[in-house]
Design a protein around this ligand. Structure first.
Ligand SMILES: [Zn+2]
Length: 415
């Protein structure tokens, strides 16, 4: 049965889009783009009410239904950026320049640079300053077809400032057409005032910090950086146990620089995703497959750090682990605010196909956020729809620098 079956004789829709080619990304149609050519799509109350071949369109009120022609161009689900650190102040451009002049990371850190400088600048910034900075970045993503963005805290590293970042993220969601999901990442780095006392800091993250975040309903998920320069597997477990107590799903910055079995840990908690994962091994891949944990690849950080260790793409495919791709937009390791650039890098750096990269920023990115109402164009899903001036969906991964977006509906609304 196709989605063209309807029970009404006369449909009342808010909008009908005709003359479209649709990459539904619905894997029940096919494993590539889920393409329906010469198609139409109808929206009612922000959701997709009908879609299928235009020749199968059921009866509808032609006088009452606003209709637009897609002019033979393509529709895809709105893109989803499932891993960003969008809210921060300060810039690391000078540090970038110093490093290229041969100054070591250790020297920069000793001068108060690196993540410490971002934390300092973010702590000093007020809500409004952070909001304005982050809004520009959100606009950049939105302009290339992104309709859902995840934003993490993690540059405050104390109660007051972690809360401030999450409040700004929530405020962005309320004041911008893009749907924003928030993640508490108190366990991102050890703040300077806790040097040598990482267990005490983790205790703060798991108690006061998380409790305040939860009581103000500021987070949709909890994340931790499980790494030898971040937090240990055991400390990450404490964070996940605390999240579980509050019924929050978990995610993990895992296996970016070494194998700390962070992916296995997040899988043990039936977590949403393990992110980065260049150093992931087969046991970790298996654990993720069994738990339904999504692999989030971050090619921007891979590129910017000039990493050479590839994530285990063929193992992930062999075990059918869903692969998502995200910008990881942040000032230190991925100052690259373009999801389309990441799609291109997914192909060039990780040898994914354009169909795999499009699934990675739609269907699989939705799964990485635990969202079952988007990521595909299908009856009953949110009408988050990008309309592109392209002749084939592979063009989205292929060409950069030319904005191909014609329209972006979010919850059925054009903004
Ligand atoms: Zn990250």
């Amino acid at each position: 049965m196709t989605q063209s079956k309807v029970s009404h004789s006369q449909n009342e829709w808010d909008l009908l889009i005709t003359d479209a080619n649709i990459a539904t990304m619905d894997n029940s149609i096919d494993q590539a783009y889920g393409t329906i050519e010469n198609a139409a799509l109808a929206i009612k109350d922000g959701y997709i009410a009908w879609l299928g071949k235009q020749t199968d369109l059921p009866a509808f009120d032609v006088f009452a239904t606003p209709t637009i022609s897609a002019k033979g161009q393509w529709l895809t689900p709105g893109l989803i950026d499932c891993h960003t650190h969008l809210v921060f102040a300060g810039s690391r451009a000078e540090e970038f320049e110093q490093r290229l002049q041969g100054v070591s990371y250790e020297q920069i850190a000793a001068q108060g640079g690196g993540i410490a400088s971002t934390v300092r600048a973010t702590r000093e910034a007020d809500h409004e300053t952070l909001f304005v900075l982050a809004k520009d970045r959100l606009n950049a993503l939105y302009s290339e077809g992104v309709s859902t963005v995840e934003i993490k805290s993690g540059y405050g590293l104390d109660c007051e400032n972690e809360i401030k970042i999450l409040e700004v993220a929530r405020l962005l969601g309320e004041n911008h057409p893009v749907d924003v999901k928030t993640t508490f990442l108190g366990a991102h780095a050890l703040p300077l005032e806790y040097q040598g006392r990482s267990d005490e800091y983790i205790e703060l993250v798991c108690t006061d910090m998380l409790e305040q975040v939860v009581s103000a309903d500021l987070a949709d998920a909890v994340d931790a950086f499980c790494e030898n320069v971040g937090f240990s597997n055991e400390q990450t477990r404490r964070v996940f146990n605390a999240a579980k107590k509050h019924n929050l799903p978990v995610k993990c910055h895992a296996e970016q620089l070494s194998n700390q079995q962070g992916a296995q840990l997040v899988a043990e908690f039936k977590g949403l995703s393990a992110d980065h994962i260049e150093y992931l091994d087969e046991a970790g891949v298996k654990a993720m497959a069994d738990a339904g944990t999504v692999a989030v690849l971050l090619p921007g950080a891979f590129y910017f750090l000039r990493e050479t260790k590839q994530p285990p793409i063929s193992l992930l495919k062999q075990y059918n682990v869903p692969i998502a791709i995200s910008t990881d937009f942040n000032p230190g390791t991925s100052p690259l605010c373009s999801l389309q650039l990441m799609m291109n890098m997914g192909c060039t750096l990780f040898r994914l196909t354009p169909a795999e990269t499009l699934a990675a920023v739609t269907r699989h990115a939705a799964m990485a956020l635990g969202l079952a109402d988007r990521g595909m164009l299908k009856v009953g899903m949110r009408a988050d729809i990008a309309h592109w001036q392209i002749s084939h969906p592979a063009q989205l991964s292929y060409q950069l620098g030319v904005n191909k977006l014609l329209n972006l509906w979010i919850l059925g609304r054009l903004n």
